[in-house]
Design a protein around this ligand. Structure first.
Ligand code: CP3
Length: 344
């Protein structure tokens, strides 16, 4: 089958005249239509588990901007919830979870094959989207990487330095390793079910990979990604996978080769010229524009967008931000970014 969708062509290694574009958190609070649908759903989790409304918010940025890809609307913390953790969101503060720091709490978690009952609305969202998306738009499914998800499960919330997870790793490594293994296995089943429902590309978000150093990076960021990707490739050989070991720095080098990822997503702490030389040599890269430009806009946004497009123009590239767009972003700046990428 000939691949015609732009995003899939870049992921297959083609160098296109202008890169495909999508944006992390493209369905989100900076859009008035998102805020309206979220209000209709009630809270954020009710939106994630309502297939019609989750599909609606996924489609909103596609209608408004014509992005080349849609990312399933859900959250990385639905997997801990499916494993049996309590999960809720405190307005203005972020997620809260019941913690896993003792053996008994780990023993109470569900097995990898018991997650689908909770997650089945997400698969339904994927099915709706694969029917309703424009034919040129690629549907991306996703999950959190085990380390990032574990940091939330161990601390019970987001943490600036992932201290509680590092502490458990040091104090009770067998328990920490058992949790990582359960998350790795559950992530494989979750992502595989998304592909079966119609996801065309998968992305693995390791937002806190940067706090793992040296051997710990290999053991808890690289190895789980490698295992997840190998198993998904065995089951779904034609589904490209994007890995996002955020703030990996030098460890971005060789990450795609070592894990089998088809593309690595770059945060905005690395320079585009450096990444073109050291990371893009292995294949497609995505990302790098600082999300703050979506707040500030103007000539700096145009200049920086052009600089990133040019830096990555000799290899396969997907234009994206280095991290999620923030709620204070101006929707007009998103339009300006897209116009600049597509028309120079
Ligand atoms: O990118 C997309 O548009 C798809 C949907 C998506 C969301 N979260 C929706 C969301 C994706 C891919 C995620 C991933 C996610 N969730 C990550 C990894 C990526 C990253 O940002 O580093 C993480 C760490 C989470 C966990 C999470 N979810 C936190 C810490 C928060 C609170 C912070 C915040 O931005 O409010 C969320 C909430 C969340 N997830 C929102 C959205 C649109 C905001 C919720 C709201 O509407 O109030």
């Amino acid at each position: 089958m000939t691949v015609t969708k732009k995003l899939l062509r870049s992921l297959a290694g083609e160098v296109l005249p202008t890169p495909p574009i999508w944006m992390m958190r493209q369905a989100g609070r900076y859009l008035p239509e998102y805020r309206a649908t979220r209000a209709q759903a009630g809270d954020f989790l009710s939106l994630c588990y309502n297939p019609d409304l989750a599909a609606e918010v996924t489609l909103q940025p596609i209608r408004r901007y014509g992005f080349d890809a849609a990312i399933l609307f859900a959250d990385i913390l639905l997997v801990p919830q499916a494993l049996g953790a309590d999960l809720w969101f405190v307005t203005g503060e972020g997620p809260r979870l019941s913690t896993v720091t003792a053996q008994a709490e780990f023993d109470a978690l569900k097995g990898k094959d018991d997650i689908h009952e909770v997650l089945s609305p997400v698969y339904e969202t994927v099915r709706i989207l694969s029917r309703e998306l424009p034919s040129e738009t690629t549907l991306i499914g996703f999950a959190g990487a085990p380390w990032t998800v574990a940091t939330y499960m161990i601390a019970g919330r987001g943490t600036p330095d992932q201290g509680p997870a590092h502490a458990l790793m040091a104090e009770n490594q067998p328990l920490f390793d058992a949790l990582m293994e359960r998350l790795t296995d559950a992530t494989i089943e979750y992502l595989s079910a998304q592909v079966e429902a119609g996801a065309e590309v998968l992305k693995l978000f390791d937002s806190w990979a940067g706090s793992l150093k040296g051997e710990a990076f290999d053991r808890y960021a690289l190895e789980p990604a490698k295992k997840i990707i190998a198993e998904l490739k065995a089951r779904h050989p034609d589904t490209p996978i994007i890995a996002f070991p955020r703030e990996a720095g030098e460890r971005y080098i060789g990450f795609a080769r070592a894990t089998g990822a088809d593309c690595v997503a770059l945060d905005n702490s690395v320079s585009a010229d450096w990444a073109a030389e050291h990371v893009q040599v292995d294949g497609c890269v995505q990302g790098n524009l600082a999300p703050t430009h979506m707040v500030t806009g103007g000539q700096a946004l145009v200049d920086e967008t052009r600089r990133i497009v040019k830096a990555f123009s000799k290899g396969p590239h997907i234009f994206n931000l280095g991290h999620g767009i923030t709620p204070d972003a101006d929707p007009e700046n998103v339009a300006l970014m897209i116009e600049t990428v597509r028309n120079g």
